[in-house]
Design a binder for this molecule. Sequence first.
Ligand code: XUL
Length: 547
Amino acid sequence: MATFLFFKDTYKNIVFSLYHVIMNLSIGRLFLGLDCSTQSLSAIAIDYGTRKIIYEKQLIFERDFPHYQTKSGTLRDPDPLVVHSHPLMWVEALDKLFEMMRRDGVDLKDIAAISGSAQQHGSVYLNETFLEQPFDASRSLKENLEGAFSRKTAPIWMDSSTSKECQEIRDALGGPLATIEATGSNTFERFTGPQIRKFFKTDPNAYAKTATIALVSSFLASLLSGKIAPIDYGDGSGMNLMDIREKKWHPKALKATALNLEQRLPPLVASDTVIGPVNPYLAVKYGLNPRALSVVWTGDNPSSMIGLGLIEEGITGVSLGTSFTHFGPLQEPHIDPTGEGNLFVSPTGDYMPLNCFLNGALAIQKMREQYGLDWEAFNHALMRTRPGNNGAILLPYFDPEIIPKVLKPGVKRFDLDAKDAAANCRALIEAQMLSMRLHSKWMKLKQNVIYATGGVSHNKPILQIAADVHHCTVERSAVGKSTALGAALRAAHAALKPISWKEIIKEFTDPIPAFRVEPNPENEKVYDALLQKYADCERQTLKSSNH
Ligand code: XUL
């Protein structure tokens, strides 16, 4: 029997190897992953043969596209609850990124497959002219898309202006628990369903002219494929429109959201779906192989699951980007009955519970601006203050918060002097980590190690606080952008199917030893006590505020 299994395995390996050789010979050896986040568009190209990242690039929206007048990639309204962005800015950035890759000498014809990820929940509204004609390669992507939008701007995940619509959809679905059971999440202001409903109610004419509603991810995937791209289950979970168990559009949720919505939505598919060959525009303009594959995109958090190598239970991910998120793999669906967290589908087909905190990197930026500190000075402040901060607590609601739900922004201090810059810096990071731990109980994740990612994860003093608060080793991989790496690995997985996830991520997602941080037992005790105080301050504040 053992001999038979040995030969069966060897045979399987030979077949796989041959398959890969053929794939590599016929369509190239590189896989490209893109990520369109709140603040930037990034690219990572991997050489699957040598298991090396051969290219990394990032365009920053505010810096590189100033004519869109965004603040950190967002368009702010006088109403702090309304936050949009510019789809044409993402389009222009996509063209510029390919142009830069070509100029930087990336062998674009050697790309076998492309995929991507994007900030979740944001929606793009397109009229019937979208992709009606093949793109003209003598013009820019932006020029090809002039006139294709039925709504000029896109509401993004930071928008919290749809409480009324959340209530309406929730009521129609039978209340909070029924909504969570059906879609994996309670209705959330940032989720696409409530956003669509608000548009449908406030601008019915423009809604009537909308032929396709895309997510940021499926919009950009459409440009890369030259056809309307499907939405993957991972990003579909963030809409309040998908049946989380059946992975199909939920008829009652569609009906509760807007008239004739189904005909405006693309199909839902698994995240290893190949849409087809790349848009001929990319072949003609940038020299891509016309047979290179365009693979469906997903949301940034599902993509990070792969970029961090979270394919089995035991390790969780903490993404320290514009939003701070906490997530991990779970085989069976498990919802948060309190309605604070979200259940998404992971690209592996398993599930991923997720908690999202809005006051992440931008809250730190605001704190730094307030006290005039650069990153070095901020880290220095963390290092010269004591864990626990002598009992000082700060509630970091610079912007409206998602967890816990705070619609009226405002920073609150307890036993903390606003003039003490160093103590405020420590109080902010401790608050972010304590809040993450406090609200994570429902997730039931096995957390032997935390893998950190995102821009803020480069800061070791911050990782130390995370380790001490969570009582857990924290590690970081060599790649800061696990989203784009996840996209490149997903592209490889889709093109090289059938192949295991273990094989795909091998060597790409290993953490770097220099960034391993162990919890300090003394500090763990300090934070256990502070967690109680933090919870009390939070409860007291939520009770007294009239949001
Ligand atoms: C997740 C969420 C954010 C965005 C940020 O639910 O809203 O993490 O995906 O890019």
